[in-house]
Ligand binder design. Structure first.
Ligand code: DGY
Length: 341
């Protein structure tokens, strides 16, 4: 999704808007939403925000009656209750995320309610982070720091050896836009081959020179396994004690999707007993992860606090796209990024 064409379309829609257009009321559920998106909304709408940051879901719900649209920022459940509270004025909602696991999609579909989201614009940032996690986990960055903190620096030619990337096999579970961007990044690392699994082979896979294989073959053959699938009933706990045992003992698991795709207890056990080499995780269960979580105590897990899309430019782009979605939905026009339910 390129933002420049989107903005041109938005300018055209502003020019076409008649003087008789009424000012809509939009609820933005987090007042720290980037100004780039808010200023688009302010052109035509009055904005309301919950007072606190982050607001509780109850605070947000109280503000829904009477609004025309909602920019839903954050991962609170977005379901029929929200839609009921918004009736009869509410016409459009966009999230500011690519993952939609917290949305009751079936309910939106049943009501044929305009729902937007923000895929594509975050693929680069998330893929960058995935590559960072791959290197950090494979090369034992966290453990190295712990050695220093604990005065255990031994040094020497056999000390703290990690995994190579060059000539290795990469497995990507879920070759969507983020998975494809990860694959593009990896081309520069001279990997041996890229495997991917999912529901079916994709033409983009051929373009990237990636091979579609069953998940078991991917797990058995890959040195690095990236998770970039949406969370749903068929992906929840797809990485579990059984599938972890299918992986190489030298394998590194990278999760930039959702924590629940991994059975975390099984992962902790696998990291402890050497079933796999290391994990790099941007996502976990629950979020926030309790400070005393066992996952944080493992030297071979690199944990980041769900920051995949957290760059200034990416968050600006997400806010712009979400704002354009909300406005389009209110006008009864096709959204710029409608959720394909
Ligand atoms: C997404 O967009 O789904 C990211 O995880 C950030 O919420």
């Amino acid at each position: 999704m390129k933002l420049i064409p989107l903005l041109i379309l938005f300018e055209i829609s502003l020019i076409m808007a008649s003087d008789t257009d009424w000012r809509r009321k939009i609820l933005v559920t987090n007042k720290e939403t980037p100004e780039e998106g808010l200023k688009i909304l302010r052109e035509k709408c009055d904005l309301i925000f919950p007072e606190s940051v982050p607001a509780t879901r109850d605070e947000i719900l109280k503000l829904i009656p009477g609004v025309d649209g909602i920019l839903w920022v954050g991962h609170y459940a977005l379901n029929g209750e929200v839609l009921d509270l918004g009736m009869p004025t509410l016409k459009s909602i966009s999230t500011m995320s690519a993952g939609m696991d917290y949305v009751d999609i079936a309910e939106f579909k049943r009501r044929n309610f305009p729902l937007g989201y923000t895929p594509s614009v975050l693929s680069d940032a998330v893929a960058d982070e995935a590559i960072g996690l791959m290197i950090a986990a494979g090369r034992r960055f966290h453990e190295g720091r712990l050695k220093i903190e604990n005065s255990e620096w031994a040094g020497g030619p056999q000390w703290m050896l990690g995994q190579d990337i060059k000539a290795k096999t990469i497995g990507i579970i879920g070759l969507g836009q983020i998975g494809q961007t990860i694959a593009k990044r990896l081309k520069g690392f001279d990997v041996r081959r890229i495997l991917y699994s999912g529901r079916k082979p994709k033409p983009e896979g051929d373009k990237l020179g990636a091979k579609f294989v069953p998940q078991t073959e991917l797990l058995k053959g890959s040195d690095y396994v990236f998770l970039s699938v949406p969370l749903n009933n068929s992906t929840r706990h797809m990485i579990n004690a059984t599938t972890l045992r299918e992986m190489k003992r030298t394998a590194v698991l990278i999760n930039v999707a959702r924590g629940e795709i991994v059975d975390q207890e099984a992962l902790v056990a696998a990291l402890k007993d050497g079933t796999i080499f290391a994990a790099g995780l941007d996502v976990m269960t629950p979020e926030p992860l309790p400070a005393d979580s066992e996952l944080l105590k493992l030297p071979n897990s690199v944990i980041v606090s769900h920051l995949g899309s957290a760059t200034r430019r990416t968050r600006d782009d997400m806010a712009v796209l979400a704002a354009l979605n909300v406005l389009a939905g209110i006008d009864g026009s096709p959204m710029f990024a409608p959720y394909p339910y």
